[in-house]
Design a protein around this ligand. Structure first.
Ligand SMILES: C[S@@+](CC[C@H](N)C(=O)[O-])C[C@H]1O[C@@H](n2cnc3c(N)ncnc32)[C@H](O)[C@@H]1O
Length: 170
């Protein structure tokens, strides 16, 4: 996956509050940290306690807060507190119940007008990756989430990124 394309497409602005959900070793959280700058903040969330402990050590004194947590349940983060949620190659591992929990938690966390970016492997035969039947197509993501799709872009040969917006009607 091309990190430069991802960062360009995300269009992160200084001062934004981001959540990297399923951050793994946090390599994208560190790029987000630079993009949001000293007035912004990045929450890096993952159930993997070892990965989070390592990331916490690496990011001492920065605007990254590494947290052990599960994005398919209610997290410790405050409601309506996040401008941008980034979820890369996490959702295909979720059961239908977890997808519903994810949908509810994303809706709880996002500020009005906030965005969600999901990266997934394409739902077609590829040289690697999970079984086809657990992969999500962009259309399936749209059906699962109560957010407006802003579009889908290709990220490298086998992955796509779809960005959603939390449109709140007044
Ligand atoms: C394939 S890795 C992707 C890591 C990183 N996002 C990336 O793009 O390299 C999937 C990550 O999702 C995390 N994960 C699995 N279930 C999760 C959940 N319920 N909530 C948050 N993260 C989860 C795993 O621990 C793992 O770090």
């Amino acid at each position: 996956m091309d990190k430069t394309i991802i960062m360009k497409e995300l269009g992160i602005r200084p001062g934004q509050i981001m959540l990297d959900a399923g951050c793994g070793n946090g390599y994208m959280s560190k790029l987000f940290s630079e993009a949001v700058g000293s007035t912004g903040k990045v929450y890096a969330l993952d159930p993997d306690e070892e990965a989070i402990a390592a990331l916490r050590n690496e990011t001492i004194g920065t605007n990254v807060e590494a947290l052990v947590g599960d994005i398919s349940t209610t997290t410790d983060l405050e409601e309506l507190s996040i401008d941008f949620i980034y979820v890369s190659t996490v959702l295909h591992g979720f059961s239908p119940e977890q997808v519903r929990g994810f949908r509810d938690e994303v809706k709880r966390l996002l500020k009005p007008g906030g965005k969600l970016a999901i990266i997934e492997i394409e739902k077609r035969p590829t040289p690697f990756g999970p079984p086809l039947d657990i992969r999500f197509s962009p259309e399936e993501l749209q059906q699962a989430l109560p957010l407006a799709s802003l579009g889908t872009v290709q990220i490298g040969e086998y992955f796509y990124m779809q960005v959603f917006k939390n449109v709140v009607e007044s």
